[in-house]
Design a protein. Sequence first.
Length: 94
Amino acid sequence: MILAVSMNNIIIYTRKDPFCIHCEQAKSMLQYYGIDYKDIVIGEDISRFQFKLKYPFINTVPAVFFGEKYIGGAQELSERVWELSENTKGMLYG
């Protein structure tokens, strides 16, 4: 199945307090590959309560979404970041 996802539709939910090394690794990876993303900081941009109401099944951060599709955290992003490369022109294979 091929999913058309604009590179602008990458959303990553992170936290700053307490510090999250995996969140920083995920953001660094996206920056390294030149991929634009929206960083939503839990506790600043959205409350923890609002996040849990919206995504009750997600218990860890970072929470990475390709469009509306939750793909997982930093490890899953590292396994799938190639899907966002210029060679695939924003097409994701799911």
